[in-house]
Write a protein that binds this ligand. Structure first.
Ligand code: SER
Length: 345
């Protein structure tokens, strides 16, 4: 009885929260740059549910066109982050007031293409911020656990601490944070962001990241293949299930600005584990599933330079951040959804 009253209360709280978001956000017109990527493909659909399908433009680059629900669910436009004039045209045509800028190369692939990583991450960000300044848009550009480096305190990494990464991905994320804060302080552009940990999802696979193993392991488990883990035993990294990641971005953009002491960028986390711990969790439900270690030296050196666990108390205090999925709940949901997707069961 007590539990069901509690569940009832929670469902009402969720309803009030959704209604509040809808009312607060009734007037938003949003552009998602990188709408077909790992985060964008889910964020765009989520934003359309909250703000209305017609008010969220799915920006994409040729060769990565939206498909299915994303293509049918609302307007789309070619939005190449390296083309400032093109971005300005879309912003003016669709009267955009909020930009989610998700264009980026992930950490491992960026090491192979550092110039391109910079062109997309920083030259691209410059274009986005200029368009935002001229057209009075709010901007969300994610940072990452990759913005930390080997000299950062690794245990409960503080919100404000040493950021001297040695990957081009990290260098571009620290620059993203600084440039976004610069536009806020100098021009009043409403820039906000979170430092995402590894994001785990069954919808669009990541590509070329250090934390990808925590997604790939689920595909191997569902297909009943032996998983070759590229990260060594004992190497902990922060992770988050995608529904929490989407909420983090949207709730921060809806947060009361007068409460924000920080802007770019907030530590957020939901869990932290080494490979053997997620393997054990999956193993509880897939007892025949096997994992062996085949450590990738580049991925391993990047992973070792990142935090073991983040302190996200600033996000909790300043805009009420709370994750909803821990390792157990995420594993259950991932296995169920991925089995349906891959096996139809
Ligand atoms: N998921 C990213 C990567 O592994 C980190 O933010 O590159």
């Amino acid at each position: 009885m007590r539990l069901s009253s509690f569940a009832y209360l929670c469902s009402w709280k969720r309803q009030i929260y959704k209604t509040k978001l809808t009312l607060d956000s009734a007037m938003k017109n949003i552009l998602v740059i990188g709408s077909t990527g790992q985060i964008g493909s889910e964020l765009t659909n989520e934003l359309r549910k909250i703000y209305g399908s017609a008010n969220v433009v799915a920006g994409y680059i040729p060769g990565a066109e939206p498909k299915g629900e994303l293509a049918e669910g609302g307007p789309a436009a070619v939005a190449d982050v390296t083309d400032g004039a093109q971005l300005a045209k879309i912003v003016q045509e669709h009267k955009i007031d909020t930009i989610y800028n998700l264009a980026a190369l992930l950490s491992v692939v960026a090491e192979q293409k550092p110039r391109l990583a910079w062109r997309i991450g920083i030259d691209g960000l410059w274009n986005v911020l200029e368009v935002a300044r001229e057209n009075n848009c709010a901007v969300f550009t994610p940072s990452s656990i990759g913005s930390f480096g080997p000299t950062t305190p690794h245990e409960l990494t503080p919100q404000d601490t040493i950021q001297r990464p040695r990957t081009i991905y990290g260098v571009s994320k620290v620059t993203t944070e600084l440039l976004s804060d610069y536009y806020f302080l100098k021009y009043g552009t409403d820039t906000r962001s979170v430092r995402f940990p590894g994001l785990i999802s069954y919808v669009t696979p990541p590509g070329g990241g250090t934390t990808d193993y925590a997604v790939d392991i689920f595909y191997a488990a569902v297909r009943n293949e032996v998983f070759e883990c590229p990260i060594a035993k004992g190497t902990r990294m922060d992770m988050m299930y995608m529904p929490d990641g989407l909420r983090a971005a949207i709730e921060l953009m809806e947060a009361d600005p007068s409460r924000l002491i920080h802007r770019n960028s907030f530590n957020v986390t939901a869990m932290s584990f080494p490979p053997e711990k997620i393997y054990k969790e999956i193993n509880k439900r897939c007892p025949d599933f096997k994992m062996i270690y085949k450590v990738d030296p580049l991925k391993q050196s990047i992973a070792e330079s990142w935090p073991d666990s983040l302190d996200d108390s600033a996000a909790r205090d300043e805009w009420g951040w709370r994750p909803q999925f821990g390792l157990g709940a995420m594993t259950r949901d991932m296995l169920e959804k991925l089995s349906k997707k891959l096996l139809g069961a």
